[in-house]
Design a protein around this ligand. Structure first.
Ligand code: FAQ
Length: 323
């Protein structure tokens, strides 16, 4: 390290910075945007946060398809609020990615060009209104299991965004359960509709947690850096343990003959997951991948003039404030 001068202290060398970063992580404190961080930590976070943001934005589509066909004004108002919440989550997350130096428009381009992923779950169709309830119950339920630990993620802006997101997802899950409960108390046809939706969404919900730990290239480093707090398998198991008793209350059957309580562990054993399906959906070959991306592309292109006007206006305001 060169000798510090009176007017310009020498920049600490990379080793000292790395040591400070490691000590912050070891003490379970937060890394903030202006702190030094290893390049892999920064790019790994952008990868995960961008995928998460894209999931929230693409995730508006399956339920959004039912906005015009909701069975009552009350259900329409609830659904509209939920879909708007998902948009808000996407915005917090893109903002968190921007604190790491990412550019929001560039992230959107990468999503549309299929260079960045989004959650596999949003590539399945919503065939009936029961799917709206099942997304709330199972998909938001899985999102909560996955995201509550992220409120303690080592990167400050991500962790803080997750606190609000989780509160809202919690409400979403309850509204889904309430919707399904209402249908289950209805006619035989409504109960059949709920069961059919559960049959279609159960396995894809388990896949949301990602590949098994042994096949997860990012988990070990991500956990060492305190970004992820648990492996994919542990979070999936927590979801199963939480959901099985809820299914019993609802009166639906989960489509897994191997599902059984293990008395030794107090946890539920479940059957094998078809990982080839997850791989195919991630690779772009799920039932709705093309439709989801095409719609996002149309939204970007069709609204380009709004983005341009807002960007010019914001730049002008910044210039006025500066002068
Ligand atoms: N779909 O090494 P890992 C929501 C990719 S939000 C697609 O285990 P990692 C709210 C993974 O990116 C739902 N890709 O990766 C809502 C990686 O690819 P890469 C989204 C997947 O990051 C509710 C590769 O496979 N939630 O639901 C999937 O350590 C209702 C290897 O995997 C989040 O994003 C998948 N399912 O663990 C909205 C939460 N799984 O990048 C509307 C934050 C894995 O190396 C309605 N993210 N991949 O090329 C996370 O916790 C993690 O990123 C995981 C994946 C757990 C998703």
């Amino acid at each position: 390290m060169s000798a510090p001068t009176l007017d310009r202290p020498a920049a600490p060398d990379e080793r000292a910075l790395q040591e400070h970063f490691d000590a912050t992580i070891a003490a379970d404190k937060r890394i903030e945007p202006r702190d030094w961080m290893p390049e892999g930590y920064r790019t790994g976070l952008i990868r995960q946060i961008a995928q998460h943001a894209h999931s929230e934005i693409i995730g508006m589509q399956p339920e959004g398809d039912w906005l015009l066909a909701a069975p009552s004004l009350r259900r329409k108002a609830i659904l509209l609020a939920k879909v708007q919440d998902e948009a808000g989550h996407g915005m917090y997350l893109y903002s968190a990615a921007e604190t790491l130096g990412a550019d929001r428009a560039d992230l959107t381009d990468k999503l549309i060009e299929r260079k960045q992923k989004y959650s596999s779950i949003f590539n399945y169709p919503t065939l009936t209104f029961a799917d709206v309830g099942v997304i709330g119950w199972l998909v938001d339920g899985a999102a909560i299991c996955n995201q509550v630990p992220l409120c303690r993620s080592s990167y400050g802006p991500y962790a803080r965004a997750m606190i609000r997101v989780c509160k809202e997802e919690s409400f979403h899950q309850r509204q889904g359960f309430e919707l399904l409960m209402t249908m289950m108390r209805g006619t035989e046809a409504q109960r059949a509709m709920v069961q059919d939706a559960v049959d279609r969404w159960w396995w894809p919900s388990l896949m949301m947690f990602g590949p098994p730990d042994v096949d997860s290239p990012n988990s070990a480093q991500s956990m060492a850096w305190g970004v992820k707090r648990h492996g994919n398998d542990e979070l999936r198991q927590r979801f199963v343990d939480m959901t099985v008793p809820q299914a019993a209350v609802l009166g639906v059957t989960l489509p897994d003959p191997e599902l059984a309580l293990d008395p030794a562990t107090g946890r539920y054993r479940f059957g094998p997951i078809d990982w080839s399906e997850l791989k195919a959906v991630i690779a772009g070959n799920g039932p709705c991948n093309d439709e989801r991306i095409a719609r996002r592309r149309a939204a970007r292109d069709g609204n380009a003039w709004v983005t341009e006007a807002a960007t010019v206006y914001a730049a002008k305001r910044t210039q006025e404030h500066a002068s």
